[in-house]
Design a protein around this ligand. Sequence first.
Ligand SMILES: NC(=O)c1ccc[n+]([C@@H]2O[C@H](COP(=O)([O-])OP(=O)(O)OC[C@H]3O[C@@H](n4cnc5c(N)ncnc54)[C@H](OP(=O)(O)O)[C@@H]3O)[C@@H](O)[C@H]2O)c1
Length: 303
Amino acid sequence: MKAAVCTKYGLPDVLKIEDTPKPIPKKNQISIKVHAGSVTASDCIIRGFKVTGIYRVLMRLAIGFNRPRKSILGMVFAGEVESIGQDVSDFHMGDRVFGFDRFGFGSDAEYKCISTDGVVTKLAPNITYEEAASIPFGGLMALHYIRKSGVNKGQKILIYGASGAIGTAAVQLAKYMGADVTGVCSTSNKKLVKSLGADHVIDYTKENFMDSGILYDVVLNAVGKKKIELHPKHALKQKGKHITVDDGAPRLSVKDLFFLNDLMEKGDMKAVIDRCYPLENIADAHRYVDGGHKKGNVILVIA
Ligand SMILES: NC(=O)c1ccc[n+]([C@@H]2O[C@H](COP(=O)([O-])OP(=O)(O)OC[C@H]3O[C@@H](n4cnc5c(N)ncnc54)[C@H](OP(=O)(O)O)[C@@H]3O)[C@@H](O)[C@H]2O)c1
């Protein structure tokens, strides 16, 4: 099968399209014909070995010394079940599925296998594969951090980095939960953030939200503290919370994926797709994501 192989850690050109053996599902696994994937911030961190301090040692031990031991990257997938292991009963050939295989990788390929107890679920019929691939990374991360923030109906949340993969999902989820949402983004993304339901939009190139005098119950830094350190103490109410999306590695669950699928099916959450690239151009997709200014999600289309 055709796959993008990560030949070593480095710039996007380390990704090469190669012919590789098609994976065979184990007893408890399904094999998926992947139709769409996504290039996420996490994929770029791994490919580019973008970690510091002790994490450099830990990543070499956990993922591979000079290159990923599992050389086909890609965590997000959407596609069709092509074959099943002998113990599998809850999925069938032809099922449309999507999911997130955080440390299994392997989605940047025509086929990938995943255990049925992993983060994989059936896809609602009215969602395309490309739309589905825009959901697991940003959606699951955002859901984790929004829940961690404890934001409730009527409370004020400010989402800094509201136009990224996590930010666009966070705006929609916070709105769904009944919060009063302020999104912060650059000028060209104001319209997008407003269209996702934000009650207020602040252009960070023109205004500092900390100077407005408005106090929030939650400030969510969806850009990440490695890129931008926020010190929103004076913009928080008493007992207000400041949450950052690179605090810890959230546990992602299939139950949450099912919840997001349901929201999408009912039209309560929409896919935000910036660009689509064919698998062959995966290096270009990584280069674009490395820039740190994508709008929502970058999708890989795999024929
Ligand atoms: N916890 C975890 O396991 C985990 C895993 C992966 C990633 N992360 C973190 O999540 C972060 C966000 O991921 P993502 O996929 O949502 O990223 P993304 O799609 O690339 O979005 C980045 C966002 O940051 C904004 N931005 C960039 N530079 C900015 C600046 N100087 N000031 C204000 N806003 C700025 C961009 O908006 P504009 O284009 O409008 O500037 C964009 O909305 C990553 O950077 C990483 O720190 C955490």
